[in-house]
Design a protein around this ligand. Structure first.
Ligand SMILES: [Zn+2]
Ligand SMILES: [Zn+2]
Length: 270
């Protein structure tokens, strides 16, 4: 395989809830959810947390797929859009009923009291696309499938493929494992994916006080890896309580040949 036919995955932000830039988080990372996929000159961005500020807008079109509208997944948008000088930004989500619902959600976050710049100015050069579970989104050369996750206020996971790469990547943020949630369907969605990026905000040991917050655990992710038969799984969405001091405890739990503790700045090729 040539370099151009591999998919590169850059973890730009791997923290959940809030950015946390203190001395104790410098290795694991300080920024919130954002992952960039690159194949040759093509790139697609998953979520627009503060990690989005680590990269510059392209000179062409930028594609950004949003799992949902919690702050940690959209807070990087205004600054990124303000730096966009050429081309446009296409924002895609399945977490809205239609385009006007999508607009309403954005204006709820960034309009009025939420942000000092007019919405019409921030989003002047964007187009909005709404997907659904029943229909695959094709934006050449990318195809994007979506599935509803278990998260307060809803969130959608995505399976992304590129026309010149056989590998499929699944991004499952934010998601809480739950007895009543059809894990079978999610495992089928992620079946044999080259990489699953999984919400592992907690470990089983520290999960119980956070049950219902909409996040899962490292151990649940490991069980999901087996169930889905994915080739690799990367854990992110680190909770506020997770610090660099926890890294070795967690990596000791992992199978290093197929389980990855993601951190800001991590880059892997599929
Ligand atoms: Zn989140
Ligand atoms: Zn969330």
């Amino acid at each position: 395989m040539t370099a151009d036919t591999r998919m590169r995955v850059d973890f730009l932000g791997t923290r959940g809830a809030f950015p946390l830039n203190i001395p104790e988080t410098q290795r694991l990372g300080t920024e919130t959810s954002c992952v960039m996929l690159t194949v040759g000159a093509d790139r697609l961005i998953l979520d627009a947390g503060t990690g989005l500020n680590r990269i510059a807008p392209s000179e062409g079109d930028d594609l950004i797929v949003l799992t949902h509208f919690h702050y940690d997944h959209v807070l990087g948008l205004p600054y990124f859009l303000s730096r966009k000088k050429e081309g446009r930004v296409t924002l895609i989500t399945s977490c809205a009923d239609d385009v006007s619902h999508f607009e309403n959600k954005l204006s709820h976050i960034f309009g009025g009291i939420g942000f000092p710049v007019e919405l019409s100015e921030i989003f002047a050069n964007t187009r909005l696309i709404v997907g659904s579970e029943s229909e695959c989104i094709h934006i050449d050369p990318w195809t994007i499938d979506s599935i509803a996750l278990n998260h307060p206020g809803h969130a959608f996971g995505y399976a992304v493929a590129h026309a010149s790469v056989g590998e499929r990547l699944c991004y499952l943020m934010d998601h809480e494992h739950h007895a009543e949630y059809p894990t079978e369907a999610l495992a089928h969605f992620a079946h044999e994916a080259a990489l699953v990026i999984y919400d592992a905000a907690y470990s089983d040991a520290d999960y119980t006080p956070h049950a219902g917050y909409g996040h899962s655990t490292i151990e649940e992710g490991q069980r999901f890896r087996v169930k889905s038969q994915c080739q690799q799984i990367a854990f992110m969405g680190h909770a506020m309580e997770r610090l660099d001091a926890d890294i070795s405890r967690i990596t000791d739990m992992l199978d290093p040949s197929r389980e990855i503790l993601a951190h800001d700045g991590l880059s892997i090729s599929l």
